[in-house]
Write a protein that binds this ligand. Structure first.
Ligand code: ZN
Length: 151
């Protein structure tokens, strides 16, 4: 079985990886390369191991920590947190991941609630299609990394 994209990133030798905003021994936190809201990038919290190997509090604490840093980085009024288990629920990469979506407007909330619709809009809108180029991705990631490092 070929490894998934998240496993590839987790197992990559340490090199500058612009989409990784945070890493510890149990998790990596990446920016979603394909989606954004009106104010910033969407973070994906990706466990390195099977979920049942974790204490629930470890996951909750990381969601809270990254969520706060995103709020600071993007002046976000809110963060929406969601995940999907299996295709029927909308999972597309079959390695557990939790989405943290920075929200300030109704459209941001829509992005978080109905990602399938957002993906269709992105495909038909030239503006959004080119929105997450590598400079934008770096800018979004760097804003969060700065907040994490300045504590
Ligand atoms: Zn994987």
């Amino acid at each position: 079985m070929s490894p998934c994209r998240f496993c590839e990133i987790i197992n990559e030798p340490k090199k500058a990886n612009e989409e990784v905003v945070f890493e510890n021994e149990h998790f990596i936190v990446l920016l979603d390369k394909y989606r954004q809201t009106s104010i910033g990038g969407i973070c994906l919290i990706v466990p390195k191991f099977e979920l049942d190997e974790y204490e629930a509090s470890e996951i909750i604490n990381l969601i809270s920590f990254i969520g706060k840093k995103m709020q600071e980085a993007y002046s976000a009024r809110g963060i929406r947190v969601w995940t999907a288990i299996n295709k029927e629920a909308g999972q597309s990469i079959f390695h557990c991941h939790i989405h943290l979506v920075p929200c300030s407007r109704f459209m941001d909330r829509l992005t978080a609630m109905i990602p399938g619709i957002y993906d269709i809009l992105r495909r038909i809108s030239k503006l959004n299609k080119s929105a997450l180029n590598s400079e934008r991705l770096f800018e979004y990631a760097e804003k969060i990394r700065i907040q994490i490092n300045t504590n």
